[in-house]
Design a protein around this ligand. Structure first.
Ligand SMILES: [Fe+2]
Length: 248
């Protein structure tokens, strides 16, 4: 399917085919309002959302493979003159659809704090050092088997204002488009064994049965010897096995 520009002479965006999605993932995602996550009390809708049939504006999406990200965008440790401080890691996984099939050529974006727990963003005024060699932003497309891979550094925990002495567990934000706007997922990946997970309202807003899906697996087999530890984080878009979204 193609969306046309005003002249109706050439496609402005080439879209994927119209896809019909099931709706069996409603118990996977966090609610709009989760009392312990303070800001959701203010921004959650007061009325129950209205179910609406998908139209082509949801069941199609942009084709990012036409203008793929540069290879260097997947290596967050090589975007500046020097190497960033911190523990170098790789984060890799497979992107699958609601039927368990790999999704090739899909855009995966990540953003994260540096190893001291600070984002390279003016809104972040946490009293931790910025790293001139780390922007904390990466992009890549999945390969023919639906696989992606980033090189980065392990993010640090940081305090936030949700409640007294609140700290976010180390996490990497993910945005995955998938083949249609209805498959887009924005979520957070956590690290195994983090003691802050048990104290984190954003993590606990996710239904318990699906919560573990947000924790990456330490994957020694993917470790790069003498160079970087490896983590695996598979992502499933929609369906009963879907990766939960978050924060709500
Ligand atoms: Fe964050």
């Amino acid at each position: 399917m193609r969306a046309y520009d005003r002249n109706l002479t050439r496609p402005a965006v080439e879209c994927a085919a119209v896809i019909v999605f099931r709706t069996d993932d409603r118990e996977v995602h966090p609610p709009h309002r989760f009392a312990d996550y303070r800001s959701t009390r203010l921004r959650a809708p007061l009325a129950r959302p209205i179910a609406w049939p998908h139209s082509p504006s949801e069941s199609t999406g942009p084709n990012f493979a036409r203008r793929p990200p540069a290879t260097r965008e997947a290596d967050l440790t090589a975007q500046h003159a020097g190497a960033p401080l911190g523990e170098r890691i790789t984060v890799a996984g497979q992107l699958r659809d609601e039927d368990g099939l790999p999704l090739a050529g899909q855009l995966v974006e990540i953003w994260q704090a540096n190893s001291a727990g600070r984002y390279a963003h003016p809104v972040d005024q946490h009293a931790a050092p910025l790293d001139p060699n780390f922007s904390g932003v990466g992009r890549c497309l999945t390969d023919a088997d639906g696989r992606y891979r980033f090189v980065t550094i392990k993010p640090g925990a940081y305090p936030w204002q949700n409640h007294a002495n609140a700290w976010r567990p180390a996490h990497i934000h993910f945005s995955v488009f998938g083949p249609a706007f209805a498959t887009r997922l924005v979520t957070q990946m956590y690290f195994p064994g983090d003691p802050l997970l048990e104290l984190d309202p954003i993590f606990h807003a996710v239904p318990e049965a699906a919560r573990e899906r947000l924790i990456a697996a330490f994957d020694f087999a993917s470790t790069t010897p003498d160079w970087a530890l490896g983590y695996r984080f598979d992502v499933v878009l929609r369906g009963r096995d879907a990766t939960p979204g978050g924060p709500p």
